[in-house]
Design a protein around this ligand. Structure first.
Ligand code: ZN
Length: 335
């Protein structure tokens, strides 16, 4: 712990040199997306339980471990009552492959780049940021580039749940010019902590297309922060879920096996989902994150047939997923 504080102090010195006050997470360009149709809860709820045409596969890109106090708000009374204290928590980094019969193949989030395994000297996440994030402890299972080589056809776009380093770390493997869509304000929301990651995020996005940002409008039914019917056919929906970051976005996909919800980091852990506790130090806006988590949990409760895929741990084993061992249940730590 003392060691990581030293790293953070060193990072602060580097960061302040590049960005004197609160800054955006990237200098990469962005503009409002025109993709999809503004919609409302009523329209989503009307179709979500009808099996849909999209194939969705979860790919475990890497195994990792990070501090539990970043993943889970350990000050929450439920976490305290369970006796949870900080410890290193096993997690995974995912990307999702979404195959639409008409519109082609898209991915949600990006996993990790091949260089994390094959060319560590040139991987985009390096130096102090990598050390502070225990990045070198990553064990790569399927780099995004491995998947793309096998896929052997162009992906049509990348939908991001948000733009934290570990969700765009496969971006160097994405062919340049591929459309990239993230939530509103995701690349421009200013925060002091962005100083630490800005250079890394810029490198991850280097030479990529500008970020398109979902143009959410308030949900007329006041159930969600905003809903977009991405392909205008009710098959894939972007649901604005702000809090973890300003533009955090969940995705609901209608597959032949029923609805699938990708929560992104609105919830990192299985324990957090099951006990209604939002993430810890990795979250920017706690109160908002709590609201977004409650909205997604309500949707899941009302639709028990819906598969739920969390930001960093497997909650439900899906038929198409690689077979990772389920992460061990969180247990009270003695350290
Ligand atoms: Zn995150």
């Amino acid at each position: 712990m003392r060691k990581s504080r030293l790293f953070i102090a060193a990072l602060a010195i580097v960061a302040v040199a590049s960005c004197a006050s609160a800054c955006a997470p990237t200098s990469h360009g962005s503009y409002p997306s025109t993709l999809g149709t503004q919609s409302r809860a009523r329209d989503l709820l009307a179709v979500m339980d009808t099996p849909g045409p999209v194939e969705l596969t979860t790919i475990v890109s890497a195994d990792w471990a990070v501090d539990l106090d970043g993943l889970l708000n350990l000050d929450d009374p439920r976490a305290k009552a369970a006796g949870l204290t900080n410890r290193s928590e096993p997690i995974q980094i995912y990307f999702y492959v979404l195959r639409h019969p008409t519109f082609g193949t898209y991915i949600v989030d990006t996993g990790v780049e091949r260089a994390v395994r094959d060319d560590k000297e040139h991987q985009v996440v390096h130096g102090l940021v990598a050390r502070a994030m225990s990045w070198n402890a990553l064990k790569v299972r399927t780099a995004l580039g491995d998947f793309l080589v096998k896929e052997n056809q162009r992906i049509r776009g990348v939908f991001l749940t948000h733009m934290h380093i570990d969700h765009i770390s496969g971006m160097p493997d994405v062919p340049h010019g591929t459309p990239i869509v993230a939530g509103p304000g995701e690349s421009t929301d200013k925060a002091f902590l962005n100083m630490f990651v800005k250079d890394t995020t810029d490198r991850e996005l280097d030479k990529q297309a500008p970020i398109e940002e979902w143009s959410f409008m308030p949900d007329p039914d006041k159930r969600f922060f905003g809903v977009i019917d991405i392909f205008n056919d009710g098959s894939v929906w972007a649901i604005h879920s702000p809090g973890h970051t300003k533009g955090s976005t969940a995705y609901l996909i209608r597959t032949a096996r029923g609805p699938v919800l990708l929560t992104g980091d609105t919830c990192h852990t299985a324990w957090g989902w099951e006990h209604d506790v939002e993430p810890g130090g990795f979250t920017a806006y706690h109160d908002l994150n709590k609201v977004s988590l409650a909205i997604l949990r309500k949707l899941a409760k009302e639709h028990p047939n819906m598969e739920v895929h969390l930001g960093h741990q497997i909650l439900v084993q899906t038929p198409g997923a690689a077979p990772p061992p389920p992460p061990p249940p969180l247990t009270p730590s003695s350290n």
